[in-house]
Write a protein that binds this ligand. Structure first.
Ligand SMILES: [Zn+2]
Length: 331
């Protein structure tokens, strides 16, 4: 199967994991940022995890430099715009991009300004490349719970105007959801939709909590539910969309190897599987490459591909018109 030109919908993609190496080098040059090396290949090593990435910690280190460079309106806009251009090359029609506004305050920007800068880049990208998009605001579960209100309040004016949802990201510990019940209740009241990173590092009960305590309609990763019958059935019953990112899971050691990744099993079992990249630069991956890899290991038929596309449209947080437009693309 040739997947490159087929229409695609991506639901789980972190802005700070998708910077172009050339752009990083350019910003470093312009802003005179001190780095060990300005060589392209050396910079690539700082931004991309090695194939034999030893741990999640090693994976997370790849975000340090990108975040440092994403501290101005201009850079945020540029990086968002370039991501839209990049995904347009493999015929992504619609993408939901997530990022954590609290990471971008180092030079004094306020949350609304940070969000607006990214939306500006996305809108300009849509004008130039025809890719529609929305933003998901990631809250950070390793920060004090109270810190999330700044994002929930600061993003409120953009709901339906470029922002669609809240996410909870960062290292996963067992039972994290309980502490965030109140802020997510408020967020849902304001009109945010909800997706949560859960069940990535072995805690299937976190998926149940995310759905029942936080109102998650989608779950990022969720690989741990494979071995938990009760949670598996809950996901099915509630029609929860699973944003699955196999290469990232293998790199962070959430799944030992590609061969045993449950994505094809979930798909064959008619769970609402979406396929995403997580981080295009850090994981050195495109959606086309993910399709090829699954095809190589499990075989991915045109029907499977179509199923993923339809699941993705159904699970997307965009408006009805956008969904209808997306449905026409696959028929
Ligand atoms: Zn993620």
């Amino acid at each position: 199967m040739k997947f490159e030109n087929l229409p695609k919908v991506e639901l789980h993609c972190h802005l700070d994991g998708c910077l172009r190496v050339d752009t990083v080098l350019d910003i470093i040059e312009k802003e005179k940022i001190a780095v060990d090396s300005k060589e392209y290949e050396e910079m690539k090593k700082i931004l991309v995890v090695p194939d034999d990435c030893p741990s999640l910690d090693e994976y997370l280190k790849r975000f340090d430099l990108p975040v440092k460079l994403m501290q101005s309106r201009e850079n945020l806009k540029r990086i968002a715009y370039e991501l839209i251009e990049d995904v347009s090359k493999e015929n992504v029609k619609y993408i939901e991009i997530r990022f954590a506004p609290l990471f971008h305050k180092e030079k004094g920007m306020k949350v609304p300004e940070i969000i607006e800068s990214v939306i500006d880049g996305l809108k300009e990208g849509e004008r130039d490349f025809g890719v529609k998009s929305n933003l998901i605001l990631s809250l950070l579960r390793h920060m004090p719970v109270d810190s999330v209100y700044e994002v929930i309040e600061g993003g409120r004016e953009f709901i339906g105007k470029g922002v669609v949802a809240l996410d909870l990201a960062g290292g996963e510990v067992e039972g994290f959801a309980k502490a965030f019940e109140e802020p997510f209740k408020l967020g849902r009241k304001y009109g945010y939709r909800v997706t949560i990173h859960a069940g990535e590092t072995g805690f299937s009960r976190n998926v149940k909590d995310a759905i029942e305590l936080l109102g998650a309609e989608r779950i990022g990763h969720a690989v741990a539910i494979e071995k938990d019958k009760e949670v598996y059935e809950l996901v099915r019953k509630k029609n929860v969309t699973l944003e699955m990112c196999p290469k990232s899971n293998v790199q962070t050691k959430a799944v030992k190897e590609y061969e045993i990744h449950p994505i094809k099993k979930f798909l064959d079992d008619n769970l609402n599987v979406n396929l995403s990249t997580d981080n295009r630069t850090v994981s050195n991956i495109t959606l086309t490459e993910e399709c090829n890899k699954i095809d190589e290991i499990h075989s991915l038929s045109k029907e499977d591909f179509k199923k993923i596309y339809l699941n993705s449209v159904e699970g997307a947080f965009c408006d009805r018109d956008t969904k209808e437009w997306l449905l026409k693309e696959i028929l």
